[in-house]
Write a protein that binds this ligand. Structure first.
Ligand code: GLU
Length: 485
């Protein structure tokens, strides 16, 4: 590749659902490579299968990239000089190229029916021959073609793979060679005129002037076919995009991460209140490191440091605990005003608050109490909901914990002690409860405070007790203890 060419990297998902962890790690590395080289990041939607790729998923994919902070220079919503960037809007282009390959002799019409192909595949398997296309229609004469056509058969367009092999230099795996006897002639266009992935992806990478293809290793085996399409398009070897096939992200059971062995949808993480910066941080360091043992990396740092040759060639293991730890860390690092801003949608969506100024004031006071204790933004909701409304719902499991005599005695004593507190503040609440329950009654702190905590907040897990009571106010605190008693 000539030195002067501007780097152009693309992320080209086929969103048949929400983007998953593997997609996002690919997108992140694509983005980082483009930003690091001051090149362009192109976002292309591979939606030739419009039954499975819906508008809703396309929109969701764009929203997810934006949410993560992965901005694109060309693609849906922003346009660009090589558009349209939805493959479903480029069907004429693929057709034109397939026909050109046909005219050049790089491709041929194949009249074999699916049943015939299936039967020959079976026969090949039985006699231990490779199962791919056997070349039956490779050298049909004009009269063969009209005879088959007269039988009512509608041909597909099939690419001719020459003898020999394809070798390319993968930025992560080094030199990779595919022997063509294992790469049979492949279909470019179905007999209804719709393109196959291999045609559309290769044509677009050429027309969009893509210089680097960083993508999942599941696509490694389609690379020799794509290179064949580049050749047919008249590209010379030094003009081909450079490939880097990223190793799989594995689940806990050491198989490829999927719905079966882990949570894969990025929407799932977003709904639970994982922060985009935590997801990017974690995925960036999953199988890549800048050469030190850092655990934190921002998008800006990733852009500055990213070096594709430092991507580990062996599979990376997705570790939920680690992601959670990073998320908790990022939450603790947020200024309260920012934590407030990010928590509000969760509180409003779950109908704990409507979002009025008084509620927001209470939340801003509660957030410092829980910031150290939460892993996701979603956890803010159960932690602060006791602060709203007069009553609190106590789950059976929680009530059972304090149904014994000691707990009831403790609650009665706590109620009396709290009723005497005149200036309702965290320190006077603490002093009153300690004097009564610990000093006078001789209880251990956990035994003393758990019943009060459950009575007032509804759960044995809550923000710190004295601060919680101070925030809740004297009237509601006493009313809740009385209600439980
Ligand atoms: N559209 C393909 C997919 O989502 C990826 C295409 C590519 O990166 O070459 O699996």
């Amino acid at each position: 590749m000539s030195e002067k060419r501007e780097v152009r990297v693309r992320f080209a998902p086929s969103p048949t659902g929400d983007l998953h962890v593997g997609n996002i790690r690919t997108a992140l590395f694509d983005w980082a490579y483009a930003r690091h080289t001051k090149g362009k990041f192109v976002f292309r939607i591979e939606d030739t299968d419009r039954e499975r790729v819906t508008d809703q998923y396309i929109q969701a994919a764009a929203d997810t990239l934006r949410w993560l902070g992965l901005d694109w220079d060309e693609g849906p919503e922003v346009g660009g000089p090589h558009g349209p960037y939805l493959q479903s809007q480029r069907l004429d282009i693929y057709k034109e190229w397939a026909e050109r390959f046909l005219a050049q002799g790089d491709a041929y019409l194949c009249f074999c029916t699916n049943e015939e192909l299936e039967a020959r595949r079976e026969a090949a398997k039985e006699s231990n021959r490779p199962p791919g296309y056997d070349g039956a229609c490779r050298d049909l004469s004009e009269s063969d073609r009209s005879r088959l056509s007269d039988q009512g058969r509608k041909p597909v367009i099939r690419m001719r793979m020459p003898e020999g092999s394809t070798t390319f230099n993968d930025l992560i795996r080094g030199e990779v060679t595919f022997e063509h006897r294992f790469v049979p002639d492949f279909v470019l266009m179905r007999n209804d005129g719709s393109p196959l992935y291999t045609l559309a992806v290769a044509v677009d990478d050429v027309l969009m002037k893509i210089t680097h293809i960083l993508r999942g290793e599941d696509l490694l085996s389609s690379t020799p076919r794509q290179i064949r399409v580049y050749q047919a398009m008249g590209m010379s070897v030094d003009e081909y995009p450079v490939f880097a096939h990223l190793p799989f992200v594995m689940g806990t059971d050491n198989t490829k991460l999927s719905k079966r062995n882990g949570e894969v949808s990025i929407a799932w993480y977003r709904e639970r209140g994982f922060l985009p910066e935590a997801i990017c941080n974690y995925l960036a360091l999953l199988g890549w490191s800048p050469g030190d043992d850092r655990e934190n990396v921002t998008l800006d740092e990733l852009a500055e440091l990213f070096d594709v040759s430092r991507v580990n060639a062996s599979p990376a293991r997705f570790d939920m605990k680690k992601l959670e730890a990073i998320n908790g860390e990022k939450i603790r690092a947020l200024p309260i005003s920012e934590l407030l801003k990010r928590s509000l949608p969760f509180l409003i969506d779950s109908k704990v608050i409507t979002g009025n100024p008084e509620e927001i004031e209470v939340i801003s006071k509660a957030l410092p109490l829980i910031q150290e204790r939460i892993i996701t933004l979603g956890e803010v909701v159960p932690m602060v909901s006791f602060l709203f409304g007069n009553e609190v719902v106590i789950a059976y499991e929680e009530a059972k914990k304090i149904s014994d005599e000691v707990s009831l005695g403790t609650l009665k004593a706590a109620k009396e002690a709290l009723a005497q507190v005149s200036e309702w503040s965290e320190s006077s609440i603490e002093a009153a409860l300690r004097a009564e329950l610990i000093e006078k009654m001789g209880l251990k702190p956990r035994v003393a405070f758990t019943p009060v905590r459950i009575a007032v907040t509804g759960s044995h897990i809550s923000p710190p007790l004295f601060e919680s009571l101070a925030l809740l106010g004297k009237t509601r605190t006493l009313a809740r203890i009385s209600a439980l008693l």
